[in-house]
Design a protein. Structure first.
Lengths: 68, 263
């Protein structure tokens, strides 16, 4: 497995972590009603979306540059 | 005699020597961290009490973001080398090094915070956590422990805690506990409980891996980069192998963060 492929695996798992953290933040907000958790949750979901966009951009860039 | 397949891939496997080597090494690393995670699961399942919310989640999240960013800059450094853009390579690898140092700095602040956090087990079995309102030296020799209890103790109405937390805002909330009423006390170090022992073991071994990675990346940023003049593809292969290790270490953190900080 090349660094390019391992990086894609890494970004996929990082995306899953962001989604997990988002769910954890919502759960924590329901438990404690602290507004901080809402911001953490929203931020986490946004970063999850950004990670997906980055992953696609990275894949296309590597194909364009012919780096395998 | 020249060693074959140090730069070009072997036709039948499609791999150059160093890539075979790093994957064999990473397989042993999977076994090391796999063993630690297995131990964690069994210790947690067997525990009657497991502490929650004693780690700083925003700080852990910040460190997670730092490591994810460092993986992105690492791969940018490698792709810059593949495109023969040496100045970009130095820039991206420099940012990766900075992220690694930042991660270790934040981790050391977290460790320091734990070393100054105390827990007291009373003869009744009740636990009170907080920060000492005296030096550790004074605490060892005194007959009374003065502690500022954590707000999490506020729900507990035993041992004067009610009167401490009902004090008006701005007034110092210090609890004085005679040593004869204390069964055991310590700061938050591995001996305090099983949770902290696993926390320090797993994050400590991970931090050592980050340190090792920084040494290797630092070499490729500095003296090791001279190889670019004679054989840039060889340097790109070396950086790729170092990048695979760096990604693996970051991947371990992606599992460590939710395991230790969230659940």
């Amino acid at each position: 497995m090349s660094l390019r492929q391992f990086h894609l695996v890494f970004i996929t798992l990082a995306t899953l972590l962001f989604l997990t953290f988002g769910v954890w933040s919502i759960y924590s907000y329901i438990q404690s009603h602290e507004l901080l958790y809402v911001w953490l949750g929203v931020g986490s979901f946004l970063f999850g979306i950004l990670a997906v966009i980055y992953g696609i951009w990275f894949l296309l860039k590597m194909k364009k540059m012919k780096i395998y | 005699m020249e060693i074959p397949y140090t730069v070009t891939a072997r036709p039948d496997t499609g791999l150059y020597n160093a890539k075979v080597g790093i994957w064999l090494f990473l397989a042993s690393e999977v076994m090391l961290f796999g063993g630690l995670f297995s131990a964690y699961i069994f210790l947690r399942l067997g525990a009657t009490h497991w502490p929650h919310h004693i780690l700083n989640v925003p700080m852990g999240l910040f460190n997670t973001m730092v490591l994810i960013s460092s993986s992105i800059t690492m791969v940018m450094a490698w792709s810059s080398l593949k495109m023969r853009q040496f100045s970009n390579y130095r820039k991206w690898l420099g940012i990766t090094l900075f992220c690694g140092v930042l991660f270790l700095s934040v981790k050391s602040v977290e460790y320091k915070d734990k070393f100054h956090h105390y827990g007291i087990i009373l003869n009744s079995g009740q636990e009170i956590t907080g920060h000492l309102a005296m030096t550790e030296e004074e605490a060892i020799h005194s007959d009374v422990l003065k502690i500022k209890p954590d707000p999490e103790n506020a729900g507990d109405f035993l041992f004067q805690l009610k009167s401490i937390f009902s004090k008006p805002e701005g007034e110092e909330k210090v609890l004085e506990i005679p040593k004869k009423e204390i069964r055991w006390w310590s700061n938050f170090v591995p001996k305090y409980n099983t949770y902290l022992a696993t926390y320090f073991t797993m994050t400590g071994i991970h931090a050592l891996h980050i340190l090792g990675g920084l040494l290797v990346l630092g070499y490729f940023w500095g003296p090791g980069a001279a190889l670019y003049r004679t054989n840039p593809e060889h340097l790109a292969n070396r950086v790729e192998v170092a990048g695979l290790f760096w990604h693996f270490v970051d991947l371990v953190w992606i599992f460590l963060f939710p395991t230790l900080y969230l659940f």
